[in-house]
Structures are given as C-alpha cells and as structure tokens.
Design a protein around this ligand. Structure first.
Ligand code: FAD
Length: 445
C-alpha cells in the first residue's frame, strides 16, 4: 500500500485533526511534513520564528521524532518529497489566505492534494446571506455563523496513523528556539492554557476582557495562529453555556472566522482599503512624520497607554486587544500615518500575527474596513487609559520611567513628567480636529 503525506501548515497538532483521519483511512504509512517557506517566514520577526520553531519541536516530539522538515518553495519540494517516497496523496487542512490558495493550486497540479477541514470553526465562504452573497458587517454574520454550527472535535491522536521515518536526504534539522523564548509551545501547552483559562477566567471574561491591567484574556491567539488547538475544541467546551462569559468568548472566536471570510472574498484587502473611498485619504509624510513613526514604534510618544502597549509588543510579541485598538487609532488618527505601515510593523513583531485578523483589525480602526467605526470616533489615549487601566497598573508594568507615579495619575501626569519620559509628541485635541477634517473631505467625496 502506498504511503501518504500529512503536510502540516497552520495545524501543528495531532489531536482533533481531520487530516489525520483522512490519511489514516487510506491505510498506508504516513509521512508528517513541514516546509520552511521563506515567503511566509520573511514578514515574521525573530519572535514569531522562535515560536514556530518551538512549536515544530513540540510537534516532532508528538510524532516520536518523525517530523520531516524541509526548506524551500512548497510548489517544488512537496511534489519532490511525494515522488521520493512514492506517496499517492498529500493531505492538508485547507488554506484560505491569498498566498496559501495560489500555492495550493500550484501543488495540486503536481500531486493529489486532499483538503480536509480548515483552521476555522466555520470555513470561509460557508456563511452566506440569503442571496448567496458574503457579509461585510459582523453582527448579521455572527447570527448565521451560530446557526451554521461546526463539526464535533475529531477523535485523532498521533497513534491514529503509522508514521514513516523521514530518512530523506533533504531533511533539515528543526531550528531550536533560543533561550529568549518565553512561550510554552505546542498542543499540550495549548490545551493546558485553555483548561486554565476555562476554569479560572472564562466565567467573567465579558467583564474583564477589556482590562489590560488584569491580563484576563485567554492568550490563545498564538496557539490558534499555528493550529496547536482548533477553535472547535474550545467551542465544544462552551456548548450549553449561555452565561455572559462563555457567550462573549464565543463571539470573539467568531470575529476570527469573520475576518478570514472577509479576506477570502476580498484578498486585495490584505494590502488595500476595503472601502475604496479611503484611497483618497491624505497622510503625513516627510521628516516630521518619520520622527513620529519612530517614536510610536519605540513606545516614546509621551502618551502612557500608547507607550505601554508598544513596549509590551516589543517585549512579549503580544499586546492586549484594547491596547491594539488604542495604539492603532493613535497612529492613524493622531499621527495621520497609513494603517498599512502599522499593520506591517505588527506583523513583524506579533507572535500571533495573522493576516486576516491583523489587516482587518487595523482597517476597522482606520475606518476603511468592514463594520467601519464611525469616522468621528477618535480614541482619546488619556481617557481610554483612565477607563481601561483605572489604577494605572498596566502602564507602570511596561513604562519603568513612570513606576513612581501612583494610581490613575500615571495617565494624566498632572504633577509633571519624570526625567527621561518624553513630552507628548502631538496635541491630541489638535490632531483629533485634523483627523475629523480629513475624514470630512472623504465623506464629501
Ligand atoms: P481573547 O480575548 O482571549 O479572544 C479569544 C480569541 O478570539 C483570540 O485568541 C482570537 O483568536 C479571537 N479574537 C478575539 N478578538 C478578536 C478580534 N478583534 N479579531 C479577530 N479575532 C479575535 N488577532 C490575531 O490573532 N492576530 C493578529 O495579528 C491580530 N492583530 C490585530 C491588530 C489590531 C489593530 C487589532 C485591533 C486586533 C488584532 N487582533 C489580532 C485581534 C485581537 O487583538 C487578538 O486576537 C487578541 O488580542 C488575542 O488575545 P487573546 O487570545 O487573549 O484574546
């Protein structure tokens, strides 16, 4: 019986993996394959690469040291490996991103590519309006998403199949994560983190999810990014839980599916305004704009919550959702710089960097995306800090210069700025009016 290949991509796990069921059904031995593809590695900074390598090492362990890792263009190396071992099928979870779709079409011309399942609870393209069209507003999408439902978790483990030893001449060693990696990687860590969150913080998630100081969100985004856990595994645990915490969490998982659906229907929106009226938006450029950009990147804008967020990003490769919205709004509406610059910077530094959620999170904030936030909504970085970090703990955690300032005064700095902490690089009141004027020009056409 010919062997088959399970080509791992965004599904770096063995539990609840329908591709394993499909590969096992063929009855032959299975080679577990991962391709280090420079086209996907290039936009990642060192932190996300480290998480990937650590995750691959964990998967290799699950497979008893039998994960075959090769480097190169998958269009070339996947057919090459298939030929080398005489595989008659290559099993994958479907990829709906613009790059992944093109890549898979090319590979499918060379090998029998069998797509089973996807990284989403409900795959892109499945939730449609009555007339068959796609949604551009989340709330009605969410209603249909709930009605559509999702599979029950698949009953798979590494022992579902007989793994082939990857004794291939082209195999490359798995790069080991460096000592700086603070992330517990892999599917066991993902399940442990989920269980911890489910048992401790889920019940009050609705009340605490907007509070960066409490750090009470799941932090599952990194595990979801690499598919160390499938969302349906979590959704199964939420079944029969109509209370506010689980309901709010279910809704957030639906946002992830929604943005993947939007990107599927509009692949151009990864780079361009979803709403083409925004193509006429005026942005700042020149030396002052570059100085402002550098201050934003380094967390030295003089606005404490913005600086705390940007420093958390550099230190942890992660940022709380509320703070992502605040820093994104500041870049676009206070500094008048284009959303795609911020999005690219996030994709470089975030360990959960996900094209669909990131580009559309940015476009939502800029007002050019789906569910467009009303253009007149310009986040005030001081009152956002007072509201969502009411005792100032989040700011003090990430901005050491401000640690001696007690309570919420850390947001207003009423008694002056400590030595070494910058003055505000812009006046929020002035820039808010400027942003409104520019949005007004778009509205008038
Ligand atoms: P939780 O609050 O515990 O939520 C659980 C899960 O729901 C998350 O892991 C995520 O998969 C999903 N989710 C929650 N909120 C959103 C949302 N607004 N959009 C899409 N999915 C959501 N998320 C990413 O995974 N990758 C990104 O690159 C990314 N970039 C973003 C950029 C901006 C400007 C904004 C405003 C949001 C971005 N998000 C991104 C969404 C959100 O900030 C993160 O998913 C969330 O902060 C991850 O932390 P968590 O796992 O603790 O979230």
């Amino acid at each position: 019986m010919s062997p088959a290949i399970v080509w791992f991509r965004r599904d770096l796990r063995t539990r609840d993996l329908p591709t394993l069921t499909a590969a096992a059904a063929a009855g032959g031995a299975v080679l577990g394959l991962f391709v280090l593809d420079e086209a996907l590695l290039r936009p990642s900074g060192p932190a996300r690469r480290e998480v990937l390598y650590a995750t691959l090492a964990a998967l290799d362990e699950e497979l008893g040291g039998r994960l075959c890792v090769v480097r190169g263009d998958p269009r070339v190396v996947v057919p090459q490996v298939a030929k080398e071992i005489g595989a008659d099928a290559v099993h994958v979870s479907a990829d709906f991103g613009p790059y992944g779709r093109d890549r898979d079409e090319a590979v499918a011309r060379e090998v029998d590519l069998v797509r089973t399942g996807s990284p989403y609870a409900v795959a892109p393209g499945r939730v449609t309006k009555a007339d068959g069209g796609s949604y551009r507003v989340f709330t009605p999408y969410f209603g249909r998403w709930l009605d559509h439902g999702w599979r029950v978790p698949a009953d798979t483990t590494a022992s579902t199949v007989a793994w082939l030893d990857p004794a291939l001449p082209i195999r490359v060693p798995i790069p080991r994560a460096g000592s700086t990696s603070r992330w517990e990687a892999g599917e066991r860590a993902a399940l442990a983190r989920w269980t911890e969150f489910r048992d401790n913080d889920l019940a009050h998630y609705d009340a605490t999810r907007d509070r960066p100081d409490l750090d009470a969100t799941s932090r599952m985004s990194v595990y979801l990014k690499y598919g160390c856990i499938h969302p349906r595994t979590m959704l199964a645990d939420l079944a029969g839980r109509p209370d506010a915490g689980p309901a709010a969490f279910r809704r957030q998982l639906a946002w992830r599916d929604f943005y993947a659906d939007v990107l599927h229907h509009r692949p151009d929106s990864a780079r361009r305004n979803y709403d083409p009226r925004f193509d006429a938006m005026r942005y700042d450029s020149g030396p002052d704009a570059e100085t402002a950009w550098s201050a934003w990147c380094a967390g030295r804008t003089g606005y404490p919550i913005v600086d705390a967020g940007m420093r958390q990003l550099l230190a942890e490769g992660w940022m709380h959702n509320r703070v992502r919205m605040i820093v994104a709004s500041f870049l676009v509406k206070d500094l008048h710089l284009p959303w795609w610059r911020g999005a690219r910077y996030f994709m470089r530094h975030l360990i959960d960097g996900d094209l669909a959620s990131n580009q559309h999170g940015w476009q939502w904030t800029a007002g050019s995306g789906t569910d467009a936030a009303p253009y007149f909504r310009v986040f005030n970085p001081i009152s956002q800090g007072q509201k969502f970090d009411p005792d100032g703990d989040y700011v003090r955690r990430w901005v050491p210069e401000l640690r001696a300032i007690a309570g919420a005064r850390v947001h207003t700095l009423d008694d002056g700025r400590p030595l070494g902490y910058p003055d505000p690089i812009v006046d929020h009141g002035v820039e808010r009016m400027e942003a409104l004027a520019r949005y007004g020009e778009l509205k008038r056409g």
